[in-house]
Ligand binder design. Structure first.
Ligand code: 13P
Ligand code: SF4
Length: 308
């Protein structure tokens, strides 16, 4: 078993030898964020994956993120250090579900969150992230039925922002759904001067917006930008716990309090320094997408990358 220092130096050596890049989501463990070449939200990570000239992409995130990178880079080796790192939200929707909806709405448009499998994206017209869902739905022609899937809380946020009625798939992320209005109220009572940073996947967002109708919801990357620019000195972070690591590192001098210490995504935490090292060493955990699926999924992904 290697020590932490040995792991770090082996990862550096292998990264150079293999011409590899490590892309990490904001919810990753602190020590994994610390070794990444880029840490960001789903949109930023997809953009990095689209523009990298590395031969190997190690995805410190979950399976749908690695699939998106593989679709954008069919000639590169994309590795997910633990192939069990899935997503409860992506699991709520299948390609057949989308085909069934399209059969009922042949003139409809399908907008899927990036938190979906490649098979689902291949059936979609548009892919969105929390960073650009509102803008993309705003750009769609009026009067056309739109399926928005799979996150019902993000869908409600998009409906509020665009004034448009969507056909909403009733999926949710188990971590964000479990953040309740009572957790937000308790954190606010303890930190009355703190500003709220709320992710649109959170089940509590509509409750909070009743009291603060002008409050902006944020993708994880937008939380960083907003915290930097805001005059507030402290923030309650209403999303997955890992986000606090990213905010503390990139916005020094301000205080970040997690809304609830149990808001932890076990899939994101499956990526460790050990399995990043093993994956780089053995090129294990390779994620590929069948050519036909990748070709069909590319258009909605490119539309996602073009906006926001
Ligand atoms: P963003 O980082 O794109 O806001 O997404 C959050 C998330 O839940 C990713 O799984
Ligand atoms: Fe999926 Fe939720 Fe984990 Fe994000 S936090 S990867 S949406 S299960």
């Amino acid at each position: 078993m290697l020590t932490q220092d040995e792991l770090l130096s082996e990862i550096s050596r292998l990264r150079r030898e293999r011409n590899a890049v490590i892309l990490a989501h904001n919810y990753q463990r602190p020590e994994v964020q610390a070794i990444a070449d880029y840490v960001g939200d789903s949109l930023g990570l997809s953009r990095q994956a689209a523009r990298t000239d590395a031969d190997v992409i190690v995805f410190a995130g979950v399976h749908f993120m690695a699939e998106t990178a593989a679709i954008l880079n069919p000639e590169k080796t994309v590795l997910l250090p633990d192939l069990r790192a899935g997503c409860s939200l992506a699991d709520t929707l299948t390609a057949q579900d989308v085909r069934d909806w399209k059969a009922r709405h042949p003139d409809g448009l399908v907008v899927v969150y990036v938190n979906t499998t490649a098979d689902v994206k291949a059936e979609a017209d548009y892919c969105v992230t929390s960073g650009n869902a509102v803008q993309i739905v705003q750009s769609l022609p009026q009067g056309v039925p739109v399926l928005f899937a799979p996150d019902r809380f993000l869908a409600a946020h998009v409906e509020r922002q665009t004034g448009r009625t969507l056909d909403i798939w009733q999926g949710a992320c188990h971590v964000h759904e479990a953040i309740l209005p009572a957790h937000v109220d308790a954190a606010r009572a303890l930190h009355p001067d703190a500003e709220l940073l709320i992710h649109p996947e959170c089940g509590c967002s509509s409750h909070v917006l009743q009291e603060f109708p002008d409050l902006r919801l944020h993708s994880t990357e937008s939380m960083v930008t907003h915290a930097r620019e805001s005059s507030a000195a402290s923030f309650v972070v209403v999303t997955e716990l890992g986000m606090v690591t990213r905010l503390e590192r990139d916005v020094p001098g301000k205080t970040f309090v997690p809304v609830n210490r149990t808001a932890c995504c076990e899939y994101m935490k499956m990526i460790t320094l050990e399995n990043v090292y093993e994956s780089l060493r053995d090129l294990s955990g390779r994620v590929t997408v069948p050519h036909d699926t990748a070709l069909r999924a590319l258009l909605p992904i490119e539309r996602m990358l073009a906006i926001g």
